[in-house]
Design a binder for this molecule. Sequence first.
Ligand SMILES: *Cc1c(COP(=O)(O)O)cnc(C)c1O
Length: 406
Amino acid sequence: MKTQIEMKTQDFIALEEEYGAHNYHPLNVVLTRGEGIWVWDVEGVKYLDFLSSYSAVNQGHCHPKIVATLIEQAQKLTLVSRAFRHDQLGPLYKELCELTNSHMVLPMNSGAEAVESCIKAVRKWGYKVKGVPEGKAEIIVCENNFHGRTIAIVGFSTEAQYRDGYAPFTGGFKIIPFGDAAAFEESITPNTVAILLEPIQGEGGIIIPPEGYLRQVRQICNDKGIVMITDEIQTGLGRTGKLLAEEYDGIEADLTLIGKALSGGLYPISAVLSNKEVLGVFQPGDHGSTYGGNPLACAVARTALKVLIEEKMIENSAQMGAYFLEQLKRINSPYVKEVRGKGLMIGVELKADAGGARRFCNKLKDKNLLCKETHENVIRFAPPLIITQAETDWALERIEDVLTSW
Ligand SMILES: *Cc1c(COP(=O)(O)O)cnc(C)c1O
């Protein structure tokens, strides 16, 4: 066996292939270090990270202030479980509520757990507050959604592979087309408790709904007494050029889910933010998580939010996103069907005969730019929100090269 120092890219890949579950198909680059928008592989090759861990690293890799908080808190107190109180939880709640104009917070670990938790909360709200008959609560979701990978969640996915082989599934979900407010209105019954949707479908291929869609959904929810839940786990925390993407429609959901960038990529933490008193239905013992809201997660999240605001990353996302989108649209490529995005959440949809997005991602990797296809034909561009114009130009040069000179 070689020592870690002697191991090369192929050796690490071989270990993963032999001993790991094969539930991912990563690009064949083995990374060992990250700083800001840059990452380095085990051969010492430097790449621009144009994926940001699916928007978990909005603040850039290893942000020094978040790292300092992680180290400091790790040496002080990391976990007490929720059996006892600790001094990072209350402050995080208050800061999150003030930042997002929410009333209540439920901290969890992964994004999928935040989704599961909000499903439990709105069902209970339906029974205890709205008066839906026990066992009859319906939640409306959208086609092409992505909300995570638990059994309940993949049960209402419309992606065949996400469901294949995992039945039986949880009932009580109704699937409607995304971006169609009339279809939402028609699908409502007296037992409907909530609609769960992404402001922009990320995994679904950077699908932006028609102008005013969220506003229409908000209005219908108000009229019919339905809880509006926005899953901002990917769109939130500056990715689209606003703190939350719902701001583009000038609305507030009743429940908003955040995760990913909540820790800047240093530690798993997610949260359900509640604007009405839906979370108020939980009584002691109704729900829980050993690691949910632990001191280390809370301290890291507080600093991750602080640097996002103080270092004007959201403004930069809006500015650089607009610039990048405009420049991308200028590229005259025989392969591109459409370029779309908001802020630094950008998708390039390729024509069906372009040979798939993956080969473009591999080509970009060879030019030191890391990004990932989503579905067959969409290349997703989502760099950390700290990218400068010069760095954006550096990326554009390579993207233009790959999209024009095959
Ligand atoms: C990533 C993501 C999730 C799931 O988050 P995990 O932390 O991977 O469980 C849920 N919803 C959306 C919109 C996401 O992008």
